[in-house]
Design a protein around this ligand. Sequence first.
Ligand code: ATP
Ligand code: MG
Length: 746
Amino acid sequence: MDKLIEGLNPAQRDAVTSPASVLQVLAPPGSGKTKTLTARVAHLITQCGLKPWDIIVCTFTVKAANEMKERIQSVVGEQLGKKLILGTFHSVSRRFLVSYGHHIGIEKNFGIADSSDQKAILTRIIKSHDLTIAPGAALGRISSLKAKNTSCDVFAATVKKDVSRQELSIVYMEYEEKLRSANLLDYDDLLLRCAFLLRTYPQCVSNIKAVLIDEFQDTNNVQYDLMTLFAQRNKAITIVGDPDQSIYGWRSAEILNLKRMQEQYPDTLVINLEENYRSTGAILASAQKVIEQDETRPAKCLQATHTIGEKPVLRKLPAAGAEADWLVAEIKRTQALSGGLLGHCDYAVLLRSAALSRQIETAFGREGIPYRMVGGTKFFDRVEVKIILDYLRVINQPEHNDALLRIINVPARNIGEKTVKTLFDEAEASKVSLWKTILDAAQGNLRASVKVPNLAQKGIGEFTNLILTARKKLAGSEGGQLTPDELVDYVLKRTRFENFLRTKYPDDCETRWANVEELKAQTADLTAAIARGEDPLESEVLPEVEGLKQQTMTIEDDALSVFLANIALSSEKQKTAEETESLQCVTISTMHAAKGLEWPVVFIPACYEGSIPHSRAEDNDEERRLLYVGMTRAQTLLYLSCPMKSSQAQETMMSRFLTQKGVEAHFEPQGPKLEYYALGQLAKTLRRDCPPLEQLEQSRKTLDLREDTYWPLDGTRPLEESAKWNGRYLYGSDQSLPGNQYALKR
Ligand code: ATP
Ligand code: MG
């Protein structure tokens, strides 16, 4: 018991141990909400006798999920700990659908339509009807209709004479039909169908005794419904969140859900946490100044537990290129000044949109700074990776039309666009799947009126042969059964993939091949886990409940589809920012994807009007909250910057959030000079040891620093200046700090 709540402050302890069945922990960034939620899960198991499989936890980040798993496992053991039903709303929903979906007509091997599948389907529908709506816009509108629980039939009844709504209605109807016939669910369907399942068969969750939700401020209505459905038996719900960090309005997230919850559960207990454990006082003060610009927001209390620290930097640069150069120089300079205290993985560059990364990536590449991009072109979206995955998808599920269309002529097999269209039209006309039509074409069984050139027919034959053989091998009916990584090897060999990359992408085929190898390594991990006798499906299976049969899964039949589903969900959004921690590289991420995470040093470049607030944003308050989320990720050093010319060489104006209401006073233009004392404080905030003086001196010599960019370590600085300078750090006085002793000695 003690161990669990050790180190928590009184308000956090109250939240962890509260007997209230419905609990809201509302608190600002860095106040330990996620930490508290994790401790509460452990508390429920060790002190309240709940079993891990009686608890559903929805978290936003992999980091939180892992932390929670580790914690629970350290208490109840690995085997039991694994049984916690834990993940994003999407992945938890998928698990219920895999186990119980057959009761509502969903086959267990359904595929997940990712955003490129969705766009491809929509593009085809729009073309075939000659409509004017853009596929991206249609996708956004359909998704928000689904998030509001408006089905295509309901929507059709509301369109009346409005032409654009009529168009959307046609597209929506047909889109749903296409997904159904290909046995695909899109991201919204996962949630909606799961809600339908739990409403129709409440038995599925008859064992669930507690439901816990992180980042509640960003749940939309469907997710809210799911939460109440998960908890329908015991009505025990704990949520943590922060209305000031609500940034997913475009996903129909509803700040109002906080109120709605209090109304629905009148006994809701609200606990506030007011101490910030993440950032220095100066960073908090600047972020506070930004969020306070929203005058409708109720005033709140937030106290720093760390020292004031270095003032955040706000810098104007002549152009986007110069901004990237400056950013690189600051990383190098602060690293050298810190003498090993700060490593590459301590830095993050947070962007309003992924498109802004180009200049920075170029500068990093040139200067040899290792980095990893999060929330941009994700690994699984890279062309070469996607092709291989599409092969696996088709092998797993030949009715997956879009995957099929993407690879039928990749690498080239003389199957031209015209032939593909002929086959596609024929499939539509005779109401069979594209795969069936292609099989017919390969065997020359098409209707006489459907003409396919000879060369193309040969190509189609090769393709179907490849897929059919792989399917037999996967099922073990031809020789030994292929493991997932052998299957990838098979595809690479049969398509002569390395050759293909070399011819098609001569400039960067090496990098692309490295990505393929990375994918191979991932399938090899899965294979190894199976070989070790670990059941990768085990954590997929839900507890038995009375009166409702679960679908059984077998490694042979389901490992591949589970692997593919996990990929579809992990590339969906966010995540993976925390994966960079182990690699020594700088993180580049969107601000959206950085939610819930923290780094010692954070850069937010491109702070100009049109970028933040974004020119297409409908809600400037939400843009402000987004900047607030970004700024509050920083623990010790925060840099905001604005190029006077954007990367498109357009004149810019600094963001209104950084120019109004006296906010400038909280920043200064120069990066910190990081003297020894300041470094000591910085180390303390990060709970690390400050490097010894000799090491610092050594490190500062490695970089040819300009003299006015740092304070010398030898105490030659005039005393009064030093005192003035030190005043900024003196929040409490801590004699035990190495920097402090040094300052005193001097
Ligand atoms: P966000 O709103 O950004 O998600 P949060 O409220 O979830 O923030 P956490 O991520 O849980 O905050 O905590 C922020 C940091 O503060 C973490 O590094 C955490 O370990 C630390 N922390 C939280 N509570 C305490 C405490 N009582 N003592 C020491 N450190 C703490
Ligand atoms: Mg959190």
